[in-house]
Design a protein around this ligand. Structure first.
Ligand code: KG4
Length: 340
């Protein structure tokens, strides 16, 4: 059987999934807390932990109604990085389940989950030959963009992951969220900015793009947010409503161009067999399209997660546990390390 039951609770999404190496994802549910946190303009850690406490047992009940738990062979849980209170809710539930089912439990690095999520569609098309075909698309250059992380990494055929560039301050998703807040748009800001940018002119305003040179292996988005704040101070209140669409389009374009620029520089420095995009910001259509163009320019395939696997979810944790059992020892629960 080899079914893997996974729990994800690193931030504000409670996720439960079952993955089978032969059938793929046989169960998955994600319970979002967005409606609660939107009210506060961002995730409130204490409330997030409390909500997991409420949602995880409900998800387990739902699973029990649809799936025979005796098919489970092993369990996996997100160890981190993430909010301590939120993580501990998932970890405690997974430990209790592992004891009750008398099955082994592994801890999964949240970012490895995001990175491998981009491979799930390929797995679904090639499940029987997947392991032997991984060598075809590795080494891979992967851009991981979420609310808490912005990284460019190299994934080797051994599944070792090397960070090639990372943000020195805000993550790309955080830049969307903080920019949206300045613009008076609700949380989370990424989808709101994207919606308002549709049909607007992205060349109306010019924002700074940090670290343009190839030797600068890093991102920075905090200056962009400050630059938006100064610009907004100069815009009269009575014209703001007419300008918000072009402001969103220009701001979004700056973030996407910054990400694409650094990705292109790295693609031209080394030989990669494929390109990948993952994390919550991977839902942004402009970014997806620009990554597709970049992959075409370099004649390599682009690996994209299903939109439902771009944000936090348990399917990617179960899949990472399947891909990467050596990196997911249960011992790590007692001695966590966030080295990729
Ligand atoms: O991976 P994720 O669900 O959560 C963690 O950060 O762990 O990512 C959430 C981030 C938020 O910052 C949100 O604004 C951003 O992903 N996001 C988007 C879009 N959808 C979600 N950013 C830009 N465009 C989008 N369509």
């Amino acid at each position: 059987m080899n079914h893997i039951l996974a729990i994800e609770s690193s931030c504000d999404d409670s996720g439960l999934a079952v993955f089978s190496p032969t059938e793929g994802i046989v169960y998955e549910r994600t319970q979002s807390q967005l409606d609660l946190h939107r009210h506060y303009g961002g995730v409130v850690p204490g409330l997030a932990a409390r909500e997991h406490l409420h949602h995880i047992p409900l998800l387990l009940k739902d699973l029990q109604g649809q799936y025979d738990l005796s098919n489970i062979d092993r369990l996996a849980v997100t160890l981190g990085p993430g909010l301590a209170g939120s993580l501990s809710m998932g970890i405690q539930a997974a430990q209790a389940l592992a004891v009750a089912l008398q099955k082994p439990l592994s801890g999964v690095h949240h970012l490895r989950g995001h990175l491998f999520s981009a491979w799930i569609p390929f797995f679904e098309k090639n499940s029987s030959t997947f392991r032997s075909r991984c060598g075809d698309f590795l080494p891979q250059l992967a851009l991981l963009v979420s609310g808490g992380n912005t990284l460019l990494v190299q994934i080797d055929a051994t599944l070792d992951i090397q960070t090639l560039a990372a943000t020195v301050d805000d993550a790309a998703g955080e830049a969307f969220d903080k920019g949206a807040k300045l613009l008076g748009l609700p949380y989370p800001g990424g989808p709101e900015i994207e919606k308002n940018a549709r049909n607007a002119n992205p060349d109306t305003y010019s924002f700074p793009k940090a670290f343009p040179h190839p030797e600068e292996k890093k991102f920075s988005f905090s200056g962009l947010k400050t630059s938006l704040r100064y610009l907004l101070e100069k815009i009269p209140e009575e014209t703001f409503n007419a300008q918000i669409f072009d402001l969103c389009a220009s701001y979004q374009q700056t973030i996407v161009e910054t990400l694409i620029h650094k990705t292109r520089q790295l693609l031209y420095e080394k030989i990669f067999s494929s390109l990948a995009l993952s994390g919550g910001v991977a839902q942004n259509n402009l970014l997806r399209n620009e990554m597709q163009k970049l992959a075409q320019e370099c004649s390599i395939p682009l690996y994209l997660p299903h939109p439902r696997h771009s944000g936090d979810n348990a399917a990617m944790i179960a899949f990472a546990a399947f891909m990467d059992p050596t990196h997911t020892s249960a011992d790590v629960i007692l001695n966590p390390s966030w080295e990729l």
